[in-house]
Design a protein. Sequence first.
Length: 449
Amino acid sequence: MKFITGKHLSRRAFIGRMGAGVALPFLSAMVPAGRSWAQGSESTPTRLVCIEESMGCAGGSDWGHARNLFAPPEAGRDFTIGNDSQLKPLEAFREYLTVVSSTDCHMADPFNADQIGGDHDRSTAVFLTQAHPKQTQGSDIHIGVSIDQLHAQRFGQDTVLPSLELCIEEIDRGGGCAYNYHCAYTTSLAWATPNQPLPAIREPRAVFERLFGAGDSEQDRIDRRKTDKSMLDWMMTEVDRLSKSLGAADQVALDEYLQHIREVERRIQLMEARTASQANGESREMPEAPSGIPGTWEEHMQLMFDLQVLALQSDMTRAITFKTGFDQSNRTFPQSGTNKSIHGASHHGNVPEDIMDFHRINTYRTGALAYFLDKLKNTIDGDASLLEKQQSFMVLPWATLICTTTFDAHCCSWAMPMVRWLATCMSPLKSARQWQMLLSPSCRDWVMS
């Protein structure tokens, strides 16, 4: 006679050795005997990934809005993505998208004359807190708790990292910035408390080691990297032992997961070697950047997205913030079709030709999100992909807080889209929908509801 005991592998199980540890993906062995995937107590974590896109987009201008450069013309489920839409790179993922347009963000507005012009200096902090920052350059900063941290308090207490904060451009600024605002407002998306901003990680290597360890000390990590070995090479005995205890399907899933880790680590190693030695006479897009930073924006974005996929797949964290640019950045994107800097292009003065230059940059940058969505769609999490989990609630707010015309502004006319949300909302919301807010409610109402 067989007895079903309910014995199973813990979702928090990991393999490790010599200061390195690898959390496991969701395997069938983690589901108690006699239960389905959906009945697994930890099979459907609620995840939140918040991505900020700085400096607005061309669809926020009167001319761009009239031509649907961002928001689809139709409200409801049957919206279309036009050929000129900034969302065109995401058309393959239309069934997963919810677009909310024509909202307002009053907390990012200037509240008095001294704050006029300081839009870039406060918008990042407002994005996820939906609170108005105290105008100060001293230590008495104050704004609010960001939604990712509220999420982490509710859903991240059982994970190794309650939250993970990432960025692409240099944000290591201290003290005061412009318009009498502390630089923390300009650089920090995540706020644990109203006066505690959380620093973001820019270097892929630092993110990798945050997720998987790689030595008991910094010297251990330096010595290991000199061996040209993968972190996984140090724990093959543990990997083999675990693999032999798993079923065939779990063995394949584990192998694919570890191969993904190995590939990301290899790409980081190649990038570090290339940027350190300037091999083959390659020129760098950012010659002043540290050797641990990829030489191009595209490579940097892809590595950071790959690391986020690993963090979600291993359930190391359930709350991620990602700042993809720095306000007032002068970075250029020649592959977009224009050589203008993104900040310079954002000041288009309502000139149609200049608006379209800005739109080309917006559309090109949006294409990076398609890479992330594709990775999520092709990464299995138990019985479905990370993107297709029916019982999970993964929200990917991708938004911008600046509505650009001649000057930077946050308060646009009610008919104009200003803050947009792209989200995969399988449950409780229905996906593939365009919500056009005719009365321009504050985005605080959306974020905090």
